[in-house]
Ligand binder design. Structure first.
Ligand SMILES: C[S@@+](CC[C@H](N)C(=O)[O-])C[C@H]1O[C@@H](n2cnc3c(N)ncnc32)[C@H](O)[C@@H]1O
Length: 344
């Protein structure tokens, strides 16, 4: 399927389903056309979120090349976009098998044929996922699960050696991911992203009910000027410029001690003439920081152009931030480091 043969009526039906946002008691994929239309549009847009997270993981050097090829499970695979992005990230030579699981047999079939087309020779299995894959991929599925299915998935994630999970960056879904994060960390998991620490999630603390842990991906250049994408965005009611996502990446390797003062900026920095304001999450909790331009001009300028994963190490005096050092390895490429970030 391409843009010319796209079945818009399939997309309209799916849109109504996604907007309803309730538990999927039965599979909603009716035909292979539904999956092909989804894969070209909604699925590709989800792929951009995966690109953002996998870009961060690449910059983090995670995961290390496996000693033996892995079994990768894509749980709730749909058209299989997340599994394919993950395999490209790992390098297909490091993957022994892609396992696909979805309560829709049609989705599993479609995802298998797309994976085999993308990675000829890759072993792809469907249904009955093995109980101990080396890495579990989850994408945009949690709000469709009943309480029982959520519990089943959580049990799987709690024993998986590695988990890479992406969800829409909405208030409700992000906070669900945050709550799972706390339970999985309590069970011994190490957080690779998005957190800089293993303390309780600061955004689940008191008086933080209105906040949620989300980040923004950038769509590929040129998408806004592409008439097909513009038509899709209008019809689907999505904003092509704004790609908020929630994520969680875990493994089971030993934790090193959290770095004091190392914080992640949640959402986007807000930059005004006299100051910048950021929601910063670190081991001591989440805090809204006001950074005056007068004393922190280079830092504020950097935040104005900020892209990608913004992990800072704050220096404070009497509780006030007097300098901030960006981890340049994690920020998106193209973000210059200011010469100095404070008057400390
Ligand atoms: C919004 S789609 C996301 C598909 C894909 N993971 C992606 O990111 O594009 C949600 C998927 O979850 C599947 N799903 C819903 N409930 C499920 C369940 N109880 N068990 C397995 N899969 C389920 C649906 O069939 C659908 O393919």
């Amino acid at each position: 399927m391409n843009w010319d043969s796209l079945d818009w009526s399939s997309l309209d039906r799916l849109r109504a389903r996604f907007l309803a946002g309730n538990v999927a008691t039965e599979p909603y994929w009716k035909t292979a056309n539904d999956l092909a239309a989804y894969d070209l549009t909604y699925g590709e847009r989800i792929g951009w979120k995966w690109d953002a997270l996998l870009g961060e993981l690449r910059r983090r050097g995670w995961p290390e090349a496996p000693a033996r090829p892995w079994r990768v499970l894509d749980w709730g695979c749909g058209s299989g976009i997340a599994g394919r992005r993950m395999i490209a990230h790992l390098g297909v030579e490091h993957v022994a098998q892609l396992e696909l699981w979805d309560h829709s047999p049609q989705a599993m079939d479609f995802a298998r044929s797309r994976a085999q087309r993308a990675f000829p020779g890759l072993r792809v299995t469907i249904a009955d996922p093995s109980p101990t894959p080396d890495l579990v991929v989850v994408s945009h599925v949690v709000n469709e699960l009943s309480a029982d299915d959520q519990a089943r998935l959580e049990t799987l994630l709690a024993r998986a050696p590695r988990v890479v999970w992406v969800e829409p960056g909405t208030h409700a879904v992000s906070r669900t991911v945050q709550a799972w994060r706390d339970r999985l960390v309590a069970g011994g998991a190490r957080v690779i992203a998005p957190c800089t620490h293993h303390a309780a999630c600061g955004l689940l603390g008191v008086e933080r009910e209105r906040d949620w842990c989300h980040h923004f991906a950038a769509p590929p250049p040129g998408v806004h000027a592409d008439r097909n994408w513009v038509r899709f965005a209008q019809r689907a009611g999505v904003d092509l410029r704004s790609l908020p996502y929630a994520c969680l990446v875990l493994d089971r390797s030993p934790r090193s001690p959290d770095v004091p003062g190392q914080a992640r900026i949640i959402g986007r920095p807000e930059v005004f003439k006299p100051y910048a304001r950021v929601l910063s999450c670190e081991a001591s909790g989440a805090a809204t920081l006001t950074l005056p331009r007068r004393s922190l001009a280079p830092l504020v300028k950097q935040l104005e152009r900020a892209r990608g994963s913004l992990v800072y190490r704050w220096t404070r005096t009497e509780g006030a931030v007097i300098a901030g050092e960006l981890d340049p390895a994690l920020a998106a490429p193209g973000l210059d480091s200011p010469e100095g970030t404070g008057d400390a």
